[in-house]
Design a protein around this ligand. Structure first.
Ligand code: ZN
Length: 284
């Protein structure tokens, strides 16, 4: 177990190193924005546009977050899909931008789950799961308002060891499943979960895999999802501030112990939450 944890932290450290190295390659004015041009990372792309109006830039059909530099130039901040290979292309009605995306070999993680339906759902489970996807899909695709202040320097929703990093290739009972789309933070059941940034609650519910879950819309397609909660203390439509209590840590849904699963999505793409926390080593 100790060896496993050491490997996990080494991987986390190497990912941060990648992020920092790439960050320093950028102009100073961009250094506040996340930069990790790898699958599951985030790229900040100067658009060469200084219009008064916010430009609409898309990755595929999904609008991406845009912010304006003090110089007046607009920058697109884009979540890179885990399955992205090579070039990533952004488009507006007039222009196109291409970004080179490198590779990153996320390690494998093998997990034993006792509830076999959480690995191979039954037919009626699939009916439920598909209904849940129909709720979660629009929550992830939402593009509302202006992004919350301090969005690129989020605070930890709970503190604790990172029991499963983002992006790991996962095997449940030795069967391959989707890569880990968030960050798992181990904490005792009942620990209060705090909002990592301002936002609006756009979906709450009890889901088959994710258990009790809360979706926070931080604006412009930046969404947090908190899962496996023992308790939800917010309601759909509620406006929340950074640091507000939203519920408590649990192990509802597919979880082998109490922890918070925290996903961050940009342009409907799950990215590594460590790229958006103010203090990536401050989880303990
Ligand atoms: Zn997780």
């Amino acid at each position: 177990m100790a060896i496993k944890m050491k490997i996990l932290s080494a991987v986390t450290a190497s990912l941060l190193l990648v992020a920092n190295t790439l960050c320093h390659a950028q102009a100073d004015s961009l250094s506040d924005y996340p930069m990790a041009a790898i699958p599951g990372g985030i790229v900040s792309v100067p658009l060469g546009i200084t219009s008064h109006e916010r430009p609409t830039v898309k990755l595929g059909k999904q609008p991406v977050l845009t912010v304006q530099e003090t110089s007046g130039e607009w920058v697109a901040v884009v979540g890179v899909p885990l399955e992205q290979n090579g070039k990533l292309t952004l488009t507006s009605q007039q222009k196109q931008w291409t970004v080179e995306v490198g590779t990153h070999d996320y390690p494998e993680q093998h997990i034993t789950v006792e509830n076999k339906r959480h690995v191979n759902p039954e037919t009626n489970d699939m009916t439920r799961i598909n209904k849940e996807y129909a709720l979660m899909g629009p929550a992830y695709k939402g593009y509302n308002g202006i992004v919350a202040e301090g969005w690129q320097k989020m605070s930890w929703p709970v503190k604790g060891p990172l029991s499963s990093p983002f992006g790991f290739k996962r095997f449940f009972n030795e069967q391959p499943r989707k890569p880990h789309s968030g960050l798992d933070i181990a904490a005792p059941a009942g620990t209060t979960i705090l909002a990592p940034a301002d936002g609006k609650i756009v979906l709450t519910g009890e889901f088959f895999f994710n258990g009790n879950s809360v979706f926070i819309d931080h604006g412009q397609g930046l969404i947090s999802m908190m899962c496996h909660m023992s308790r939800i203390d917010v309601k759909d439509g509620q406006i929340i501030k950074r640091g507000d209590a939203i519920g408590a840590v649990g192990q509802t849904g597919r979880a082998t112990g109490p922890h918070l699963h925290w996903s961050i999505s940009m342009n409907n793409t799950r990215v590594n939450p460590l790229l958006l926390v103010a203090d990536p080593n401050g989880n303990q």
